[in-house]
Design a protein around this ligand. Structure first.
Ligand SMILES: Nc1nc2c(ncn2[C@@H]2O[C@H](COP(=O)(O)OP(=O)(O)OP(=O)(O)O)[C@@H](O)[C@H]2O)c(=O)[nH]1
Ligand SMILES: [Mg+2]
Length: 305
């Protein structure tokens, strides 16, 4: 299955919803007025684009209509698609020479460990020296899970015993990375709720250790979100953005029943780009986020748009 097909399959429900809703208001498109624009805004909000992105998109359509007087459905969809592409960007993590530290954060079960494994595999295949570190020490099973991914990817896993201090794991992983000339250290952390003070403090401590032990490292904090959770994912993105520097977002489970507009909503909420898309449970099911494919999967666009 092509990447586009995977995106399309995941976003199928949202696309169908957008399509039928747009068709419903298309009857009035020739006489586009404030009511029709309100309807359009409601469609976007219902498609999980978030209030702020939906308002923005609708205002872009309004401006275009005033300017061009073109109310045709295809034209309106084209304007929407263009602005969505501009709001999103193609994903990429820029690795630098020397040590790169990728920190996986997010709430329980979003796909942090899976994405850690997939990324380790990707960078290993690119000829990088990679290390995984189990900074999720909550459960023995979490450590074992990462070890399994390490074996699959052919990458060493640094782990302590269950219950150990994640900051100590981070410290050791940084020392080992420096000693072995690691290019990419991927730190898998425990799922945490933004409102659990001790867990957020633990994250701050991990960040302090990285800042102290590897001050020149290129640090990349990736917020992993489950794309099937829609507005919950948006709330998580907002909450994490308040307490952590987020450099990029991973939208995992985009192959599942994704709540389509979520990519737009989380980019608006965090000011961080969506960099990676999780498209399955397998080791190769990770792609750089592609704004055009995403928009094409979300909107019922004719091919030429
Ligand atoms: N379909 C699909 N499933 C995924 C994807 N990413 C992760 N999963 C599944 O989601 C479940 C949770 O993934 P984990 O990687 O364990 O999530 P986590 O964030 O590490 O979870 P905690 O450590 O418990 O917080 C697993 O069953 C994964 O196989 C994806 O892109 N697509
Ligand atoms: Mg995990």
């Amino acid at each position: 299955m092509s990447i586009f097909d995977k995106f399309k399959r995941g976003l199928e429900k949202t696309r169908k919803f957008v399509e039928s809703s747009v068709n419903r208001i298309a009857a009035n498109l020739g006489i586009f007025d404030e009511d029709t624009l309100d309807d359009l805004e409601m469609i976007l909000i219902s498609a999980d684009c978030g209030l702020s992105a939906s308002t923005h998109l609708t205002s872009v359509v309004r401006e275009d209509m005033l300017k061009t007087g073109d109310y045709r459905k295809e034209h309106v969809l084209g304007i929407l698609a263009g602005e969505m592409r501009a709001m999103l960007s193609d994903g990429r993590i820029d690795l630098q020479d020397g040590l790169n530290v990728i920190l996986m954060i997010g709430v329980n079960g979003t796909g942090k460990t899976t994405t850690s494994g997939k990324l380790a595999y990707r960078y290993k295949n690119q000829g990088k020296k990679v290390m995984l570190a189990a900074a999720d020490t909550f459960r023995a099973a979490a450590i074992d899970q990462l070890k399994v991914w390490g074996e699959r990817a052919g990458v060493p896993v640094l782990a302590h015993a269950p219950g150990a201090d994640p900051a100590a794991v981070t410290f050791d992983a940084l020392q080992a990375s420096k000693a072995r000339g690691v290019d990419v250290l991927i730190l898998d952390t425990a799922g945490r709720l933004h409102n659990k003070k001790n867990l957020m403090e633990e994250l701050a401590k991990i960040n302090r250790i990285i800042g102290r032990e590897a001050p020149t490292a290129n640090v990349y904090s990736l917020l992993v979100l489950d794309a099937t959770t829609g507005q919950n994912a948006v709330k998580q993105a907002e909450a994490f953005a308040e307490v952590a520097d987020i450099n990029g977002i991973v939208l995992a489970k985009l192959d599942g029943n994704a709540k389509g507009g979520v990519a737009l909503a989380v980019t608006e909420a965090t000011d961080a780009p969506v960099v990676l898309a999780g498209l399955g449970e397998g080791i190769e099911d990770l792609e750089d986020f592609n704004a055009d494919l995403f928009v094409r999967s979300l909107l019922p666009l004719p091919e030429e748009l």
